[in-house]
Design a protein around this ligand. Structure first.
Ligand code: EPU
Length: 441
Protein backbone atom coordinates (compact mmCIF):
# COMPACT_ATOMS: atom_id res chain seq x y z
CA UNK A 1 0.00 0.00 0.00
CA UNK A 2 1.22 3.51 -0.84
CA UNK A 3 1.77 5.06 2.56
CA UNK A 4 4.36 7.82 2.20
CA UNK A 5 4.63 11.26 0.69
CA UNK A 6 7.77 12.34 -1.08
CA UNK A 7 7.81 16.10 -0.83
CA UNK A 8 10.23 18.50 -2.49
CA UNK A 9 9.80 21.57 -0.36
CA UNK A 10 10.77 25.20 -0.52
CA UNK A 11 8.14 26.48 -2.95
CA UNK A 12 5.65 29.19 -2.04
CA UNK A 13 2.17 27.71 -2.28
CA UNK A 14 -0.31 29.90 -4.09
CA UNK A 15 -3.89 29.60 -5.27
CA UNK A 16 -7.32 28.62 -4.02
CA UNK A 17 -8.54 25.75 -1.87
CA UNK A 18 -12.11 24.59 -1.68
CA UNK A 19 -12.56 23.00 1.71
CA UNK A 20 -13.94 19.49 2.07
CA UNK A 21 -16.71 18.45 4.44
CA UNK A 22 -15.83 18.25 8.13
CA UNK A 23 -14.61 14.84 9.26
CA UNK A 24 -15.89 15.45 12.77
CA UNK A 25 -19.41 16.00 11.48
CA UNK A 26 -19.39 13.36 8.74
CA UNK A 27 -18.63 10.47 11.10
CA UNK A 28 -21.30 11.40 13.63
CA UNK A 29 -24.00 12.23 11.11
CA UNK A 30 -23.49 8.90 9.32
CA UNK A 31 -23.96 7.09 12.63
CA UNK A 32 -27.05 9.21 13.36
CA UNK A 33 -28.42 8.19 9.95
CA UNK A 34 -28.50 4.57 11.18
CA UNK A 35 -31.31 5.57 13.56
CA UNK A 36 -33.72 6.25 10.68
CA UNK A 37 -36.13 3.72 9.20
CA UNK A 38 -35.27 4.79 5.67
CA UNK A 39 -32.24 5.40 3.47
CA UNK A 40 -30.57 8.70 4.37
CA UNK A 41 -28.69 10.83 1.84
CA UNK A 42 -25.85 13.06 3.04
CA UNK A 43 -23.84 15.50 0.97
CA UNK A 44 -20.40 17.07 1.22
CA UNK A 45 -19.04 13.97 2.95
CA UNK A 46 -15.26 13.82 2.52
CA UNK A 47 -13.67 10.76 0.94
CA UNK A 48 -11.29 10.13 3.80
CA UNK A 49 -10.01 6.95 5.41
CA UNK A 50 -12.10 7.38 8.57
CA UNK A 51 -15.31 7.45 6.51
CA UNK A 52 -14.24 4.30 4.63
CA UNK A 53 -13.45 2.58 7.97
CA UNK A 54 -16.84 3.63 9.26
CA UNK A 55 -18.56 2.15 6.21
CA UNK A 56 -16.64 -1.11 6.75
CA UNK A 57 -17.97 -1.19 10.30
CA UNK A 58 -21.55 -0.48 9.18
CA UNK A 59 -21.37 -3.19 6.51
CA UNK A 60 -19.91 -5.66 9.04
CA UNK A 61 -23.12 -5.19 11.07
CA UNK A 62 -25.31 -5.82 8.03
CA UNK A 63 -26.11 -2.12 7.40
CA UNK A 64 -25.44 -0.08 4.27
CA UNK A 65 -23.13 2.87 3.83
CA UNK A 66 -21.54 3.90 0.55
CA UNK A 67 -20.63 6.79 -1.70
CA UNK A 68 -23.14 7.24 -4.50
CA UNK A 69 -21.35 10.31 -5.91
CA UNK A 70 -17.98 11.91 -5.24
CA UNK A 71 -19.15 13.42 -1.93
CA UNK A 72 -22.67 12.07 -1.50
CA UNK A 73 -23.40 9.02 0.60
CA UNK A 74 -26.39 6.77 1.15
CA UNK A 75 -26.75 5.23 4.59
CA UNK A 76 -29.31 2.66 5.64
CA UNK A 77 -29.53 1.13 9.10
CA UNK A 78 -32.64 -0.96 8.50
CA UNK A 79 -30.70 -4.05 7.52
CA UNK A 80 -28.40 -4.07 10.55
CA UNK A 81 -28.60 -7.61 11.85
CA UNK A 82 -25.81 -7.79 14.46
CA UNK A 83 -25.73 -6.09 17.85
CA UNK A 84 -22.03 -6.69 18.47
CA UNK A 85 -19.19 -4.74 16.87
CA UNK A 86 -16.16 -6.82 15.88
CA UNK A 87 -13.01 -5.72 17.67
CA UNK A 88 -11.18 -5.41 14.37
CA UNK A 89 -13.64 -2.76 13.10
CA UNK A 90 -14.32 -1.08 16.44
CA UNK A 91 -10.66 -0.56 17.24
CA UNK A 92 -10.03 1.40 14.04
CA UNK A 93 -12.10 4.46 14.83
CA UNK A 94 -12.80 6.21 18.09
CA UNK A 95 -16.39 7.07 17.21
CA UNK A 96 -17.26 3.36 17.25
CA UNK A 97 -18.60 3.86 20.78
CA UNK A 98 -21.35 6.04 19.26
CA UNK A 99 -22.82 2.83 17.84
CA UNK A 100 -24.39 2.27 21.24
CA UNK A 101 -27.08 4.69 20.01
CA UNK A 102 -28.26 2.98 16.79
CA UNK A 103 -27.68 -0.52 18.21
CA UNK A 104 -29.70 0.18 21.37
CA UNK A 105 -32.39 1.78 19.21
CA UNK A 106 -32.63 -1.39 17.10
CA UNK A 107 -31.91 -4.18 19.62
CA UNK A 108 -32.17 -2.64 23.13
CA UNK A 109 -29.02 -4.60 24.02
CA UNK A 110 -25.60 -4.39 22.39
CA UNK A 111 -21.86 -5.04 22.71
CA UNK A 112 -19.30 -2.39 21.80
CA UNK A 113 -15.53 -2.72 22.30
CA UNK A 114 -13.29 -0.14 23.90
CA UNK A 115 -12.77 2.46 21.15
CA UNK A 116 -9.69 3.03 18.98
CA UNK A 117 -8.68 6.23 17.15
CA UNK A 118 -5.62 8.48 17.37
CA UNK A 119 -3.44 7.90 20.42
CA UNK A 120 -3.43 11.42 21.78
CA UNK A 121 -3.83 10.60 25.45
CA UNK A 122 -5.62 8.02 27.55
CA UNK A 123 -8.95 9.09 25.98
CA UNK A 124 -11.23 7.34 28.43
CA UNK A 125 -14.98 7.15 27.81
CA UNK A 126 -16.04 7.61 31.43
CA UNK A 127 -18.26 10.61 30.58
CA UNK A 128 -20.02 8.54 27.96
CA UNK A 129 -20.61 5.58 30.26
CA UNK A 130 -21.73 7.80 33.17
CA UNK A 131 -24.00 9.70 30.80
CA UNK A 132 -25.60 6.51 29.55
CA UNK A 133 -26.21 5.32 33.09
CA UNK A 134 -27.82 8.59 34.05
CA UNK A 135 -30.15 8.23 31.03
CA UNK A 136 -31.45 4.91 32.39
CA UNK A 137 -29.21 2.59 30.38
CA UNK A 138 -27.37 -0.26 32.05
CA UNK A 139 -23.71 -0.50 31.01
CA UNK A 140 -21.06 -2.98 32.16
CA UNK A 141 -17.50 -3.46 31.07
CA UNK A 142 -15.92 -6.89 30.82
CA UNK A 143 -12.17 -6.44 31.11
CA UNK A 144 -11.53 -10.02 30.00
CA UNK A 145 -13.10 -9.40 26.58
CA UNK A 146 -12.63 -5.61 26.28
CA UNK A 147 -16.35 -5.18 25.56
CA UNK A 148 -19.03 -2.96 27.01
CA UNK A 149 -22.51 -4.46 27.22
CA UNK A 150 -25.39 -2.00 27.26
CA UNK A 151 -29.05 -2.71 27.92
CA UNK A 152 -31.96 -0.31 27.55
CA UNK A 153 -35.02 -1.61 29.34
CA UNK A 154 -37.30 1.42 28.96
CA UNK A 155 -37.03 4.71 27.06
CA UNK A 156 -34.03 6.86 27.96
CA UNK A 157 -34.94 9.37 30.68
CA UNK A 158 -33.29 11.64 33.23
CA UNK A 159 -30.45 13.94 32.27
CA UNK A 160 -26.72 14.37 32.61
CA UNK A 161 -24.34 17.06 33.70
CA UNK A 162 -20.88 16.65 32.17
CA UNK A 163 -18.19 17.10 34.85
CA UNK A 164 -16.08 18.54 32.01
CA UNK A 165 -17.49 18.97 28.52
CA UNK A 166 -16.76 16.44 25.82
CA UNK A 167 -17.36 17.04 22.11
CA UNK A 168 -18.22 13.51 20.94
CA UNK A 169 -19.87 12.50 24.22
CA UNK A 170 -22.25 15.46 23.81
CA UNK A 171 -23.15 14.30 20.32
CA UNK A 172 -23.58 10.75 21.47
CA UNK A 173 -25.88 11.62 24.38
CA UNK A 174 -27.96 13.77 22.01
CA UNK A 175 -28.49 10.71 19.81
CA UNK A 176 -29.47 8.60 22.80
CA UNK A 177 -31.94 11.24 24.01
CA UNK A 178 -33.91 11.74 20.78
CA UNK A 179 -36.37 8.93 21.44
CA UNK A 180 -36.48 9.50 25.20
CA UNK A 181 -39.52 9.34 27.45
CA UNK A 182 -39.48 12.96 28.64
CA UNK A 183 -37.44 16.06 28.06
CA UNK A 184 -33.72 15.33 28.62
CA UNK A 185 -31.26 18.04 29.61
CA UNK A 186 -27.54 17.61 28.93
CA UNK A 187 -25.82 20.19 31.04
CA UNK A 188 -22.31 21.63 30.70
CA UNK A 189 -22.34 20.29 27.14
CA UNK A 190 -19.58 21.04 24.63
CA UNK A 191 -19.97 24.12 22.42
CA UNK A 192 -18.26 22.98 19.21
CA UNK A 193 -20.06 24.14 16.04
CA UNK A 194 -19.76 20.61 14.61
CA UNK A 195 -22.30 19.59 17.28
CA UNK A 196 -24.67 22.29 16.00
CA UNK A 197 -24.41 20.91 12.50
CA UNK A 198 -25.49 17.50 13.81
CA UNK A 199 -28.35 19.16 15.72
CA UNK A 200 -29.43 21.06 12.57
CA UNK A 201 -29.51 17.84 10.62
CA UNK A 202 -31.55 16.03 13.27
CA UNK A 203 -33.95 18.97 13.65
CA UNK A 204 -34.40 19.11 9.87
CA UNK A 205 -35.64 15.51 10.19
CA UNK A 206 -38.15 16.17 12.96
CA UNK A 207 -36.04 16.13 16.14
CA UNK A 208 -36.57 18.83 18.77
CA UNK A 209 -33.16 19.80 20.13
CA UNK A 210 -32.20 23.24 21.41
CA UNK A 211 -29.21 24.85 23.00
CA UNK A 212 -29.85 26.79 26.17
CA UNK A 213 -26.54 28.44 27.11
CA UNK A 214 -24.30 25.53 28.19
CA UNK A 215 -27.13 23.01 28.20
CA UNK A 216 -28.76 21.06 25.41
CA UNK A 217 -32.46 20.36 25.76
CA UNK A 218 -33.82 17.36 23.88
CA UNK A 219 -37.58 17.01 23.64
CA UNK A 220 -38.50 13.47 22.64
CA UNK A 221 -39.94 12.59 19.24
CA UNK A 222 -41.21 9.27 17.92
CA UNK A 223 -39.19 9.01 14.74
CA UNK A 224 -36.82 10.80 12.37
CA UNK A 225 -37.75 11.32 8.73
CA UNK A 226 -35.50 12.82 6.07
CA UNK A 227 -37.25 14.62 3.23
CA UNK A 228 -34.27 16.37 1.63
CA UNK A 229 -30.56 15.43 1.45
CA UNK A 230 -28.47 17.22 4.05
CA UNK A 231 -25.11 18.86 3.23
CA UNK A 232 -22.67 19.05 6.14
CA UNK A 233 -20.40 22.00 7.06
CA UNK A 234 -16.84 22.30 5.79
CA UNK A 235 -13.78 21.32 7.77
CA UNK A 236 -12.27 24.18 9.77
CA UNK A 237 -9.27 22.06 10.73
CA UNK A 238 -8.50 21.68 7.05
CA UNK A 239 -8.88 25.47 6.67
CA UNK A 240 -6.24 26.03 9.32
CA UNK A 241 -3.82 23.62 7.67
CA UNK A 242 -3.96 25.48 4.34
CA UNK A 243 -3.83 28.87 6.05
CA UNK A 244 -0.69 27.78 7.90
CA UNK A 245 0.79 26.48 4.66
CA UNK A 246 0.30 29.90 3.07
CA UNK A 247 2.21 31.61 5.88
CA UNK A 248 4.86 28.93 6.37
CA UNK A 249 5.76 28.71 2.68
CA UNK A 250 5.62 32.51 2.24
CA UNK A 251 2.73 31.94 -0.11
CA UNK A 252 -0.77 33.21 -0.71
CA UNK A 253 -3.80 30.92 -0.40
CA UNK A 254 -7.50 31.75 -0.56
CA UNK A 255 -9.75 29.36 1.33
CA UNK A 256 -13.49 28.85 0.93
CA UNK A 257 -16.07 28.14 2.35
CA UNK A 258 -15.67 28.71 6.06
CA UNK A 259 -17.59 31.02 8.38
CA UNK A 260 -15.49 33.68 10.08
CA UNK A 261 -16.54 32.94 13.66
CA UNK A 262 -15.45 29.31 13.30
CA UNK A 263 -11.81 30.20 12.73
CA UNK A 264 -11.68 33.53 14.55
CA UNK A 265 -9.43 32.31 17.35
CA UNK A 266 -6.94 31.37 14.62
CA UNK A 267 -7.24 34.48 12.42
CA UNK A 268 -6.85 36.70 15.51
CA UNK A 269 -3.53 34.99 16.24
CA UNK A 270 -2.39 35.26 12.62
CA UNK A 271 -3.02 38.99 12.69
CA UNK A 272 -1.18 39.28 16.01
CA UNK A 273 1.94 37.57 14.67
CA UNK A 274 1.97 39.71 11.53
CA UNK A 275 0.51 37.27 9.02
CA UNK A 276 -1.76 38.46 6.23
CA UNK A 277 -5.50 37.71 6.46
CA UNK A 278 -8.07 39.29 4.18
CA UNK A 279 -11.77 38.60 4.19
CA UNK A 280 -12.77 38.46 0.56
CA UNK A 281 -16.42 37.60 1.18
CA UNK A 282 -18.30 36.34 4.26
CA UNK A 283 -16.94 32.82 3.79
CA UNK A 284 -13.77 33.33 1.76
CA UNK A 285 -10.43 34.24 3.33
CA UNK A 286 -7.06 34.99 1.85
CA UNK A 287 -4.02 34.08 3.96
CA UNK A 288 -0.67 35.42 2.80
CA UNK A 289 2.84 36.09 3.97
CA UNK A 290 3.44 39.80 4.67
CA UNK A 291 6.56 40.12 6.75
CA UNK A 292 8.61 38.33 9.40
CA UNK A 293 6.40 36.35 11.76
CA UNK A 294 6.41 37.48 15.40
CA UNK A 295 6.52 34.96 18.26
CA UNK A 296 3.36 34.09 20.18
CA UNK A 297 1.86 32.15 23.04
CA UNK A 298 -1.15 29.98 22.34
CA UNK A 299 -3.20 27.92 24.70
CA UNK A 300 -5.67 25.39 23.35
CA UNK A 301 -9.22 25.26 24.62
CA UNK A 302 -12.69 24.18 23.53
CA UNK A 303 -14.75 26.38 21.21
CA UNK A 304 -14.59 29.36 20.83
CA UNK A 305 -10.93 29.10 21.82
CA UNK A 306 -7.85 28.12 19.85
CA UNK A 307 -8.58 24.47 18.99
CA UNK A 308 -6.39 21.61 20.12
CA UNK A 309 -6.32 20.47 16.47
CA UNK A 310 -4.57 23.68 15.42
CA UNK A 311 -1.60 23.83 17.80
CA UNK A 312 0.47 21.28 15.84
CA UNK A 313 0.29 23.34 12.62
CA UNK A 314 0.96 26.51 14.58
CA UNK A 315 4.11 25.06 16.12
CA UNK A 316 5.70 24.62 12.68
CA UNK A 317 4.94 28.22 11.84
CA UNK A 318 6.46 29.35 15.13
CA UNK A 319 9.77 27.67 14.25
CA UNK A 320 10.03 30.59 11.78
CA UNK A 321 9.01 33.34 14.23
CA UNK A 322 11.48 36.00 15.35
CA UNK A 323 11.90 34.81 18.93
CA UNK A 324 10.59 32.33 21.44
CA UNK A 325 7.00 31.05 21.24
CA UNK A 326 4.95 28.93 23.58
CA UNK A 327 2.20 26.41 23.05
CA UNK A 328 0.11 25.03 25.89
CA UNK A 329 -2.17 22.03 25.36
CA UNK A 330 -5.13 21.94 27.72
CA UNK A 331 -7.52 19.54 26.01
CA UNK A 332 -5.62 16.28 25.47
CA UNK A 333 -2.88 14.90 27.65
CA UNK A 334 -0.59 13.68 24.89
CA UNK A 335 -0.75 15.81 21.79
CA UNK A 336 2.89 16.67 21.24
CA UNK A 337 4.05 13.44 19.63
CA UNK A 338 5.10 15.34 16.50
CA UNK A 339 7.82 17.27 18.32
CA UNK A 340 10.42 14.52 18.11
CA UNK A 341 9.78 14.43 14.36
CA UNK A 342 10.18 18.20 13.95
CA UNK A 343 13.43 17.97 15.89
CA UNK A 344 14.73 15.63 13.18
CA UNK A 345 14.47 18.65 10.85
CA UNK A 346 16.46 20.82 13.24
CA UNK A 347 13.60 22.44 15.17
CA UNK A 348 14.50 23.65 18.66
CA UNK A 349 11.56 22.77 20.87
CA UNK A 350 11.60 22.00 24.58
CA UNK A 351 9.02 21.14 27.16
CA UNK A 352 8.71 23.48 30.09
CA UNK A 353 7.08 23.25 33.45
CA UNK A 354 3.72 24.90 33.43
CA UNK A 355 2.58 26.32 36.74
CA UNK A 356 -1.19 26.16 37.04
CA UNK A 357 -3.00 26.98 40.26
CA UNK A 358 -5.95 24.61 39.69
CA UNK A 359 -4.87 21.98 37.14
CA UNK A 360 -8.02 19.88 37.63
CA UNK A 361 -10.10 22.77 36.40
CA UNK A 362 -7.62 24.04 33.84
CA UNK A 363 -7.16 20.80 31.91
CA UNK A 364 -10.05 19.24 30.01
CA UNK A 365 -8.82 15.66 30.48
CA UNK A 366 -9.27 13.82 33.77
CA UNK A 367 -6.32 15.25 35.69
CA UNK A 368 -4.53 12.86 38.03
CA UNK A 369 -2.28 14.63 40.55
CA UNK A 370 -0.07 11.54 40.87
CA UNK A 371 0.86 11.62 37.19
CA UNK A 372 3.41 13.82 35.45
CA UNK A 373 2.20 15.68 32.39
CA UNK A 374 4.07 17.55 29.66
CA UNK A 375 1.56 20.10 28.42
CA UNK A 376 3.69 23.09 27.43
CA UNK A 377 6.45 23.69 24.91
CA UNK A 378 8.82 26.49 23.99
CA UNK A 379 9.81 26.90 20.37
CA UNK A 380 12.96 28.81 19.48
CA UNK A 381 12.72 30.76 16.27
CA UNK A 382 13.67 31.55 13.67
CA UNK A 383 15.22 28.20 12.87
CA UNK A 384 16.36 27.11 9.44
CA UNK A 385 14.91 23.59 9.12
CA UNK A 386 16.22 21.01 6.70
CA UNK A 387 14.75 18.02 4.88
CA UNK A 388 14.32 14.64 6.60
CA UNK A 389 12.52 11.31 6.91
CA UNK A 390 9.48 11.66 9.14
CA UNK A 391 6.91 9.35 10.71
CA UNK A 392 3.28 10.37 11.18
CA UNK A 393 2.06 9.56 14.69
CA UNK A 394 -1.50 10.89 14.60
CA UNK A 395 -3.78 12.68 12.19
CA UNK A 396 -3.05 16.34 13.02
CA UNK A 397 0.62 15.53 13.53
CA UNK A 398 0.54 14.21 9.95
CA UNK A 399 -0.61 17.54 8.54
CA UNK A 400 2.04 19.27 10.61
CA UNK A 401 4.86 17.15 9.22
CA UNK A 402 3.57 17.67 5.69
CA UNK A 403 3.59 21.45 6.26
CA UNK A 404 7.15 21.25 7.58
CA UNK A 405 8.28 19.18 4.59
CA UNK A 406 6.64 21.61 2.16
CA UNK A 407 8.28 24.54 3.91
CA UNK A 408 11.91 23.32 3.95
CA UNK A 409 14.29 23.20 0.99
CA UNK A 410 15.06 19.69 -0.27
CA UNK A 411 13.35 16.33 -0.43
CA UNK A 412 11.60 14.84 2.60
CA UNK A 413 9.73 11.62 3.17
CA UNK A 414 6.59 11.58 5.31
CA UNK A 415 5.85 7.96 6.24
CA UNK A 416 2.42 6.87 7.46
CA UNK A 417 0.43 9.35 5.38
CA UNK A 418 -2.63 7.08 5.53
CA UNK A 419 -3.02 8.25 9.14
CA UNK A 420 -3.18 11.82 7.91
CA UNK A 421 -5.60 10.78 5.18
CA UNK A 422 -7.99 9.63 7.86
CA UNK A 423 -8.98 13.28 7.91
CA UNK A 424 -7.69 15.11 4.81
CA UNK A 425 -9.39 14.65 1.47
CA UNK A 426 -7.39 14.94 -1.78
CA UNK A 427 -4.33 16.32 0.01
CA UNK A 428 -1.93 15.46 -2.81
CA UNK A 429 -4.25 16.98 -5.45
CA UNK A 430 -4.86 20.15 -3.45
CA UNK A 431 -1.16 20.69 -2.75
CA UNK A 432 -0.26 20.03 -6.37
CA UNK A 433 -2.80 22.62 -7.50
CA UNK A 434 -1.19 25.13 -5.14
CA UNK A 435 2.17 24.53 -6.83
CA UNK A 436 3.63 22.09 -4.31
CA UNK A 437 5.76 19.11 -5.30
CA UNK A 438 4.28 16.05 -3.58
CA UNK A 439 4.00 12.43 -4.62
CA UNK A 440 2.43 9.48 -2.87
CA UNK A 441 4.52 6.29 -2.98
N1 EPU B 1 -12.45 12.76 27.91
C1 EPU B 1 -12.48 11.98 29.03
N2 EPU B 1 -13.54 11.16 29.20
C2 EPU B 1 -14.56 11.08 28.30
C3 EPU B 1 -14.52 11.89 27.14
C4 EPU B 1 -13.45 12.73 26.99
O1 EPU B 1 -11.60 12.03 29.86
O2 EPU B 1 -15.49 10.30 28.52
C5 EPU B 1 -11.31 13.68 27.72
C6 EPU B 1 -10.51 13.42 26.44
O3 EPU B 1 -9.57 12.38 26.61
C7 EPU B 1 -9.88 14.78 26.21
C8 EPU B 1 -10.96 15.74 26.74
O4 EPU B 1 -11.82 14.97 27.56
O5 EPU B 1 -8.71 14.88 26.96
C9 EPU B 1 -11.79 16.41 25.68
O6 EPU B 1 -12.13 15.48 24.71
P1 EPU B 1 -13.44 15.48 23.83
O7 EPU B 1 -14.27 14.36 24.30
O8 EPU B 1 -14.04 16.84 23.79
O9 EPU B 1 -12.80 15.14 22.43
P2 EPU B 1 -13.29 14.05 21.44
O10 EPU B 1 -14.75 14.14 21.32
O11 EPU B 1 -12.67 12.75 21.76
C10 EPU B 1 -13.28 15.51 19.30
C11 EPU B 1 -12.66 15.37 17.96
C12 EPU B 1 -11.17 15.67 18.07
C13 EPU B 1 -11.03 17.10 18.57
C14 EPU B 1 -11.76 17.26 19.91
C15 EPU B 1 -11.79 18.70 20.39
C16 EPU B 1 -13.98 13.71 16.86
C17 EPU B 1 -14.07 12.33 16.31
N3 EPU B 1 -12.85 14.02 17.46
O12 EPU B 1 -12.63 14.55 20.12
O13 EPU B 1 -10.64 15.59 16.78
O14 EPU B 1 -9.68 17.38 18.75
O15 EPU B 1 -13.12 16.82 19.79
O16 EPU B 1 -12.58 19.47 19.56
O17 EPU B 1 -14.90 14.50 16.73
C18 EPU B 1 -9.08 14.95 15.16
O18 EPU B 1 -9.92 15.31 14.33
O19 EPU B 1 -7.91 14.63 14.87
C19 EPU B 1 -9.48 14.89 16.56
C20 EPU B 1 -8.77 14.25 17.46
Amino acid sequence: MEDAYIIKGGRSLKGEVKLSGAKNVALKIIIAALMFDQEVILKNIPRINDVFELFNLIVSLGGKGRFIEKNTVAVDGRTISKNKIDLIFGSKIRVSFMFFAPLLYRFRECYVPNPGGCRIGARPIDRIVEGMRSLNIKVDYDSTTGYYRAVMSGEPKGGYRFPKPSHTATEFLILLSIFGRDKIILDNAALEPEIDDLINFLNSCGADIKRDKNAIVVNPVKKLVQTLPYGIMTDRNEAITYATLALATKGDITIFSVREELIKAFTDKVIKVGGGVKKISPDRFRFYYKADIRPSRVETSPHPGFMTDWQQNWTVLMTQAQGESMVVERVFENRFSYIEELKKLGAKIEYYDLKVSDPEKYFLFNYDKNKTYRQAIKISGPQRLHEGVLQVTDLRAGATLAIAALMVQGESVVNGCSIMERGYEDFVEKITRLGGDIKKV
